[in-house]
Design a binder for this molecule. Structure first.
Ligand code: C5P
Length: 234
């Protein structure tokens, strides 16, 4: 089993606010940039094949500095991303296709807490024959739909509702053709890759995600992640 890995890191991270350290994937948690933790997880997993990191052209130096903090990593292939996450992933997929791989995992750089047990669950499901695998957790809160006026319109039944995470895992052939077709059709508003698979008619199989596998989005998330890693600095 050898699985290509795409780490998407070309976003600007505007929701976390401005800081001297640049976009949130380069902020420091536990003494190292977020993306160094993320890369370490994949670089030390036995199933990992070629790694492609998709960065913003302005972040070349930030990324080079972050890579120095990954003791385990052979140099990954670096490609430049696009204006949307979807375009950044497509650039990564073309690079994985050039490197050659049967499977691919697509992961947000800003989710540094995915662990090897999660990657193992994804691998099992791919080996079981799935073309698309989505780590997700059952929604715990009661969900409301509200109008623009902030008044609740209805309660949404939460049974069978899941929060989607990454890494989302695919057979390369299936997801590459789905992405190319979406791009050719000018479908540009997909926020994750499982939804592109759904659009293309590929069944997406759920695996148990991780409560801790959060996407660092706001400054508060970054502070909490740093707190959590206290004492584990390398
Ligand atoms: O913006 P969002 O929270 O969906 O970003 C998720 C991941 O996608 C982040 O790691 C971000 O760097 C990446 N991304 C990207 N190219 C974009 C937008 C987001 O690689 N144009």
């Amino acid at each position: 089993f050898s699985c290509g890995v795409i780490i998407v890191a070309a976003g600007r991270g505007e929701r976390a606010g401005q800081s001297g350290e640049g976009p949130k994937q380069y902020r420091t948690i536990g003494g190292r940039p977020v993306i160094a933790h993320t890369l370490d997880t994949f670089a030390t997993w036995a199933g990992t094949g070629p790694i492609v990191v998709v960065i913003h052209p302005e972040d070349t130096e930030l990324f080079a500095a972050a890579l120095k903090r990954v003791p385990t990593s052979a140099a990954p292939t670096v490609v430049h991303g696009g204006a949307t996450r979807q375009l950044s992933v497509l650039a990564g997929l073309e690079a994985i296709a050039a490197a050659g791989a049967k499977y691919v995992m697509i992961h947000d750089a800003v989710r540094p807490f995915a662990d090897h047990a999660l990657l193992d669950r994804c691998r099992q499901t791919l080996l079981g024959g799935a073309d698309a695998v989505l780590p997700a957790i059952a929604v715990a809160d009661t969900l409301k739909r509200a109008g623009a006026n902030g008044v609740v319109q209805e309660t949404v039944a939460r049974s069978n509702l899941y929060a989607a995470q990454t890494p989302q895992c695919f057979t390369l052939e299936a997801i590459l053709s789905a992405h190319r077709a979406a791009n050719a059709d000018a479908k540009a508003d997909f926020t994750d890759d499982a939804s592109i698979a759904e659009w293309a008619g590929i069944p997406v199989v759920l695996v148990e995600g991780m409560v801790d596998n959060i996407k660092l989005t706001l400054q508060r998330d970054i502070s909490m992640a740093d707190e959590r890693l206290k004492g584990s600095e390398i």
